[in-house]
Design a protein around this ligand. Structure first.
Ligand SMILES: Cc1ncc(COP(=O)(O)O)c(C=O)c1O
Length: 356
């Protein structure tokens, strides 16, 4: 069957060459007579795979030795709790930039452990915009922000200015562009958008932060456990880590993150220009806050939108329906989405607009 145009928000599109390498390795890893799925996490082969994934991330982001790369489980949602549990003391304060549902969820977890100051919120405007100004506490342990808001299609164009160290949920734009890591204590994300299959959570942490843990923690929820054992204290998600290694190698072949950023800008610009060029389409996000990863828009009235989604589905576009809390449509155009899929979507949208 012909491959579809995968516009899902996550789990999301994977680079085709990576899918091919994964498929081959599922059958037989390096002629070992053994699938990659069957490798022990203590085997030399897997130790090498892990190093490729870890070093791949470090090299793409230009990480210094001050940072550790961890592959954990539990999704970004577990990080919402693990971070304040580890670093926010009772009576201490953390600043949270509220730019969408995921930052609200992160804030809720932090409130269990200490005080939270809302540094900004876009709730009243339906999270259409990244707020321009932050109100910070002065004594905050950290400022938490969500670099890309998957549901609303908004994205910080650069990390916010902050006196406090930054903690970033980069689940939906990690590795889509370079990050100024020196300004961040922690960057984390679920793998299932730009990195690989669901089931792996990437956490990049400044080493000295792991020494700042403020309370007694269960072993598995203590970053120090995973740092000491190089993410293999218990059985890690081996297949997902292998996929991340391959995705990193694919990204390096594409020219790394600066090249990716340019390509992502080009892909997104084509779609936004099309949306702005037809009365039928209305972008959801404010112009200065538009995401390069998730393009959210409405199509005419309810009837037109339904027809649009039905026709799109017939033509092989998958995952265009917007998140239930926003409605409308959302095209998730992560790193791995080929230019040809953007061209096909633009052609379909122009044609649909001409007919409606
Ligand atoms: C920005 C952002 N943060 C957090 C999450 C939650 O991630 P997980 O499902 O890995 O817990 C998502 C999921 O879509 C997301 O888009």
């Amino acid at each position: 069957m012909a491959r579809k145009h995968i516009l899902t928000a996550g789990p999301a599109v994977m680079p085709e060459p990576v899918l091919e390498r994964l498929a081959a390795a599922v059958r037989d890893y390096k002629g070992r007579g053994q699938s990659v799925l069957e490798l022990s996490h203590r085997s030399a082969d897997f130790v090498e795979i892990h190093a490729r994934a870890r070093d791949g991330i470090a090299s793409l982001l230009g990480l210094s030795d001050d940072y550790v790369v961890l592959f954990l489980q539990g999704g970004a949602s577990t990080q919402f709790a693990m971070l304040p549990m580890s670093f926010l003391p009772e009576g201490g304060v953390a600043d949270y930039a509220l730019t969408g549902a995921w930052s609200m969820k992160a804030r809720k977890e932090a409130e269990r452990y200490g005080r939270v100051k809302v540094a900004c919120t876009g709730a009243e405007e339906g999270f259409r915009q990244i707020p321009g100004r932050l109100e910070q506490s002065g004594d905050a342990v950290y400022l938490h922000y969500t670099s890309n808001n998957t549901i609303y299609g908004t994205e910080w164009s650069a990390a916010p200015e902050s006196e406090a160290p930054l903690i970033c949920d980069a689940s939906s734009d990690i590795l889509s562009r370079p990050i100024d890591m020196a300004r961040h204590a922690v960057v984390y994300g679920g793998a299932q958008k730009n990195l690989g299959p669901s089931g792996v959570t990437l956490v990049i942490m400044r080493r000295d932060w792991s020494e700042r843990v403020v309370r007694e923690l269960p072993t598995m929820l203590d970053y120090r456990t995973h740092i000491a054992k190089d993410s293999a204290f218990n059985t890690p998600p081996t297949f997902g880590i292998y996929a991340i290694a391959l995705v990193c190698e694919w990204l390096a072949e594409q020219g790394g993150l600066s090249a990716m950023a340019k390509r992502n800008e080009r892909k997104a610009r084509r779609l936004y220009e099309l949306i702005d060029g037809h009365e039928l389409y209305r972008g959801h996000a404010a112009l200065d806050s538009r995401s390069l990863m998730n393009v959210t828009f409405r199509v005419g009235d309810e009837g037109a939108e339904k027809r649009f989604l039905a026709e799109a589905s017939e033509l092989g576009f998958v995952g265009l329906k917007g998140h239930r809390s926003v409605g409308g449509c959302r095209a998730s155009i992560y790193n791995a989405l080929p230019d040809e899929s953007v061209t096909a979507l633009c052609d379909f949208m122009s044609d649909f607009a001409a007919r409606n």
